[in-house]
Design a binder for this molecule. Sequence first.
Ligand code: URA
Length: 212
Amino acid sequence: MRVHVADHPLIAHKLTYLRDRRTDTPTFRRLTDELVTLLAYEATREVRVAPFDIQTPVAPTQGIHLASPKPLVVPILRAGLGMLDGMMRMLPTAEVGFLGMLRNEETLEAHTYANRLPDDLEARQCYVLDPMLATGGTLAAAIRYLAERGADDITAITLLSAPEGIERLQSELSDLSCPVTIVTGAIDERLNEHGYIVPGLGDAGDRLYGVV
Ligand code: URA
């Protein structure tokens, strides 16, 4: 598994405001959207392309366009939805599948409550969106699920990650034959006893959508 920390001053600037408890929900949503667009740029460095012949006003030439099958973007409900628009701005022709996963706050294990994905993911490049890689339970389950359905290249985009979550993914997904990459805005210090990332930004879903 490859881990890429998108080390860029604009990302660090936006993350600082995202973390700040004084940042209100509309601003939090906008910053998330902007951050995803920047992270998507890094995450799609190896998106598959095919040659494409065009004619400019001056001459014929060959460029490239996204190859088929198109990439599949998979936001993990609920907080991953806040990352979808920013990702689709970069990959407007991608398809979107949804996975609803909830973390049991006592056991911290992931439970799937909604699944709207194509059955066959053979040879698909998948981009999983989940803002917080905390214990890693949700992302490990989501990535394994996609790989077992045939996805052959999986990139997860997270705004923040905890070292514990990254270690868990490294060990739990080591048997997968498909390449897995994590692209994240920052790796924070640790998890606290409630499974929250420290310093983190609190509950990403609550900050995007309000407390339910
Ligand atoms: N999920 C969140 O939204 N925040 C954390 O810090 C950990 C998991």
